[in-house]
Design a protein around this ligand. Structure first.
Ligand SMILES: [Zn+2]
Length: 420
């Protein structure tokens, strides 16, 4: 049996309404199953070693529900462009270079290092159309103990020649890749990944829906992100009045689906996503950067739709999910103004919940320290943010970390029950 006991100031959000805080507590996990948080260590664990983190904060690992690994190459660049121009100028030419495995190795290692250092313990990731590079990415994530769903991208229309596949070839390659990788890893698994509806033919969407069903795999894509994107979809699929209906027709909306953005859902689409149990990846930094818009997150939460946070590298420039938490609150305030102060903005505990348990529920019992959950945890040192004159509560210290912390504040990381 592998028993892990961490001592420190323990903070998590079993519900989105408030932080649950246990100062100077013991977090106990046996074989990657949390047994509880205790103010005094129960007698039966007395003989087990305790790792004492003193006055530091212990929180669940962070979940990044949407990002593009190859776009790590040009993060922080081209951010004065709008989505479609940005794709043509940066995304497509860069992704083409991942045909070269030695190039892919350099950037995928840097990418996985950045995720690990920034406390991302689970992630849902786009690769490129290239199978060898996508498998290399999966190998590297596995080595770093990052629990990830990774996609070989599929695109067979409205794409540059150098990234355009035929539907037949794309489906054949994807099926073989799924067969080769679905049982290969402990932490990583394949996800069916149509890039988005504009770059996929009916035949391709149909085949991908079939593969997702045949293999019981997660699905990952973009939905109702941008007015330009949605216009293309309406023209190509005039029989459907929203992106959700198109995906649903091809059986791509399930309780194992993550859809990024969802900025302009129709009423019907909101209901559909809720009914199917889809998780929405809210990517506030990206939504602003590519001038896509502000999604109605408060409405989704009120309806009980599952929502997590994504960095959307490189629409977003930072892999740090603390940034996504802070910016989710910031963007929701603009939405509050836009709605005539009707849609209440997000609170700090809600943003923390979205970045941990909100996304974590997609992976199972992940993102919180409730009994029965897996042990993904970060130990945070905020000593540099306080002076001897400060009298901050633990909740205030956590709020400050969300706004100011980066990888230097993460002093230890546990993934799936082990120090990673
Ligand atoms: Zn994206």
């Amino acid at each position: 049996m592998s028993t892990v006991i961490l001592k420190g100031n323990i903070i998590h959000t079993p519900t989105k309404e408030k932080f649950e805080i246990v100062p100077d507590g013991y977090l106990v996990s046996v074989d990657n199953e949390i047994r509880g948080i205790f103010t005094e260590l129960p007698e039966k664990y007395a003989a087990c070693p305790v790792t004492d983190y003193g006055d530091r904060l212990i929180i669940p690992g962070l979940c990044d529900m949407h990002l593009h690994a190859p776009q790590f190459v040009y993060r922080g660049l081209g951010l004065d462009l709008q989505l479609m121009d940005w794709l043509d100028t940066y995304a497509f030419p860069t992704e083409a270079r991942f045909q070269d495995l030695s190039y892919a190795k350099i950037y995928y290692e840097a990418f996985a290092d950045a995720l690990a250092k920034n406390g991302t313990t689970r992630a849902v990731i786009f690769g490129t159309i290239h199978v060898p590079a996508t498998e290399l990415l999966m190998d590297i994530l596995e080595e770093k103990h990052i629990g990830a769903c990774v996609g070989k991208i599929n695109m067979d229309t409205l794409s540059p020649d150098y990234l355009c596949e035929t539907a037949e070839q794309s489906l054949r390659d994807t099926k073989q890749w799924i067969l080769d990788t679905k049982n290969r890893y402990k932490y990583v698994k394949p996800a069916v990944t149509p890039r988005f509806i504009p770059t996929c033919s009916k035949e391709l969407l149909e085949g991908l829906g079939q593969l997702a069903r045949d293999f019981g795999l997660p699905v990952h894509s973009h939905q109702s992100e941008d007015i330009g994107e949605m216009q293309i979809v309406r023209e190509r699929f005039p029989e459907y009045d929203n992106d959700g209906d198109v995906y649903d027709h091809f059986h791509l909306l399930t309780n194992q689906t993550v859809m990024a953005h969802f900025i302009y859902p129709t009423e019907r689409e909101l209901e559909l996503v809720k009914e199917r149990g889809v998780t929405i990846a809210h990517c506030p930094q990206s939504n602003g950067n590519v001038a896509a818009g502000i999604p109605p997150i408060r409405r989704m939460l009120n309806m009980g739709i599952k929502v997590g946070l994504g960095s959307d590298i490189a629409g977003g420039y930072s892999v740090c999910i603390f940034r996504a938490m802070a910016e989710a609150v910031y963007l929701s305030k603009l939405k509050w103004l836009e709605s005539g102060k009707q849609d209440a903005f997000l609170t700090i505990p809600e943003a923390f919940y979205l970045g941990t348990r909100g996304g974590g529920q997609f992976f199972g019992k992940v993102g919180s320290f409730e009994p029965g959950f897996e042990l993904d945890a970060l130990v945070l040192d905020d000593a540099g943010f306080t002076t001897s004159a400060d009298r901050l509560s633990l909740e205030e210290r956590m709020e400050r970390i969300i706004h100011l912390a980066d990888d230097r504040n993460i002093v230890a990381r546990y993934a799936a029950g082990e120090m990673a």
